[in-house]
Ligand binder design. Structure first.
Ligand code: NAD
Length: 503
């Protein structure tokens, strides 16, 4: 890596920051107490956005608006085909503004522009998929309960949903939740991360333009401790759909339990890629680098543990290091950049702290490990740590940075033990030419997704979520809309009543 990094200032740096007001009941409004929040580009250092910062009174207004839209508004009562038409229109409008949305996510999160474009394109696909599911949502009938009885099971929208999202995939993650909630007929209050709220506000404008009735989606910028927690605790909210850290997820669940709300939790990961000697090692090396350093490792699915057979460890690690040397770290707005800026200097310090602790625990930092000097933002060299053992913090905890920990194994049993030796269970990868090996790993690894001879692909058709402390419930997939529904059983009796109690 060449030091220091030269970062060109984009046009936005010399313009006034974009401002965003809360979206409540179809109107853009300032926070009731007049507070604002700012976000600086972590890659460039200038102020990108300024938001109205919601407080308790704004949460109250947003929940009331969502509740009114649910209780008396047209959205839950429309034909599914009408809801689907609005979701499809929204997808078209997102597609038309793809570049603008991608650029906002880049400037607020530090992710590379080429990747951000891919995420927004993926989000368009998810909105279309959710629209298609709206029309397939249906209940069940039971005509096998005797001649006098017909059982009907309805799927009804659950009500007001609080949607809380993290900073690492701002537009993509809200798109894994909101269109499915809307397809079911729910209304929502959405809180994006305080660091990356801009693209969610653009989504709000798009939804209004697409014809979503007022109050169906309300968007608040603000901090988790006051806005997020008030959205979780509010008695008129029926469900909380949360993506974020396991630590905050646990607090959120505990708080939701007070009013027995349904929760959906997409949380952290400590995912392993297991590489066997008979694999396509060139492809596996590229995937190891992709898994470790995609989104600067700030990714729930990061393949942060590389679990390699000891017979090939030296050669394979050599190949991984050679690929890593070609990874371009730099300006997130440069089309050739693969690793952009870290989200904040505090987070960067946390990541380098893990690297230092791993080194003092006896492992070897064989690539990177250093902050890259730049006057504009915070960048970290892709880092590979060898000689990691299962007991080290770096092998067990979510580091959430461009740091690949290498562990070795001598048998499939040992590889599985290492892969499963973590409180998390989000995803895993296996690389081998043997169907037996791949199937043994895929069947025995305790995680919600297993990639076989590939890594970190995603499709709206396939459910996504975690085992163990990586989450609760699944997003995407054909049941994603059902998650936002309640079941209602109706028993129709015909003819003279049977089974009198007293007579
Ligand atoms: P975080 O838990 O700090 O914050 C997530 C969201 O929760 C933010 O909007 C935040 O403001 C809000 N929040 C914070 N405190 C809250 C509280 N007390 N009550 C309610 N809301 C509160 O997570 P982060 O740092 O933004 O994101 C990174 C984490 O997200 C990582 O652990 C990562 O693995 C996880 N993540 C998981 C997935 C997945 O699909 N499993 C996807 C992306 C990110």
């Amino acid at each position: 890596m060449n030091l220091p990094l030269e970062i060109a200032m984009p046009a936005e740096a010399s313009a006034a920051p974009k401002t965003y007001r809360l979206l409540i009941d179809g109107k853009h409004v300032d926070a009731r107490d007049g507070r604002t929040l700012e976000r600086k580009s972590p890659g460039h250092g200038f102020t990108v956005s300024r938001y109205a910062q919601a407080g308790a009174a704004d949460v109250e207004a947003a929940v009331i608006a969502a509740h009114k839209a649910f209780e008396t508004g047209p959205w839950p009562r429309m034909k599914a085909a009408e809801r689907a038409a609005i979701l499809l229109k929204a997808a078209d409008l997102i597609e038309a503004r793809l570049e603008e949305i991608a650029r906002l996510d880049v400037l607020e999160s530090g992710k590379p522009i080429a990747q951000a474009r891919g995420e927004i394109g993926g989000a368009v696909d998810i909105w279309r998929y959710a629209a298609s599911l709206a029309r397939t949502l249906h209940g069940e009938t039971y005509a096998n309960l005797g001649d006098a009885m017909l059982g009907v099971v309805l799927r009804e929208p659950i009500g007001v949903v609080s949607i809380i999202t993290p900073w690492n995939f701002p537009f993509l993650i809200v798109s894994q939740k909101l269109p499915f909630a809307l397809a079911a007929g729910c209304t929502a209050v959405v809180k994006p991360s305080e660091m990356t709220s801009a693209s969610t506000f653009v989504l709000g404008d798009i939804l209004m333009q697409a014809g979503l009735p007022d109050g169906v989606v309300n968007i608040l910028a603000g901090l988790g401790a006051d806005v997020g927690s008030a959205m979780v605790g509010h008695p008129l909210v029926e469900m909380v759909s949360f993506t974020g850290s396991t630590q905050v997820g646990k607090m959120t669940m505990a708080s939701a339990a007070n009013s027995l709300k349904k929760v959906s939790m997409e949380l952290g990961g400590k995912n392993g890629q297991i590489v066997f000697p008979d694999a396509d090692l060139e492809a596996a090396a590229d995937a190891a680098v992709f898994g470790g350093f995609f989104n600067a490792g700030e990714c729930c699915n990061a393949g942060s543990r590389l679990i390699v057979h000891e017979a090939i460890a030296d050669d394979f690690l050599g190949a991984v290091k050679a690929v890593t040397a070609k990874v371009t770290v730099g300006d997130p707005l440069d089309i050739s950049t693969k690793v952009g800026a870290m989200i904040s200097s505090e987070h960067l310090a946390k990541v380098t702290g893990y690297v230092a602790a791993a080194a003092s625990d006896g492992s070897q930092v064989t690539s990177g490990g250093r902050r890259i000097a730049s006057s504009a933002g915070q960048y970290l060299d892709p880092t590979i740590i060898r000689g990691v053992t299962e007991d080290m913090a770096i092998a067990r905890e979510e580091v959430f940075g461009p740091v690949l920990s290498v562990l070795t194994f001598e048998s499939i049993e040992r590889a599985l033990r290492i892969a499963n030796n973590t409180p998390y269970g989000l995803s895993a990868g296996v690389w081998s030419a043997s169907i037996d090996t791949c199937m043994s790993v895929a069947r025995n690894v305790r995680s919600g997704t297993v990639w076989v001879n590939t890594f970190m692909e995603g499709y709206p058709e396939l459910p996504f979520g975690g085992y163990k402390q990586s989450g609760l419930g699944r997003e995407l997939g054909k049941r994603a809309v059902e998650d936002y529904t309640e079941e209602k059983t109706i028993q129709f009796h015909r003819g003279q009543r049977t089974g009198w109690w007293v007579g």
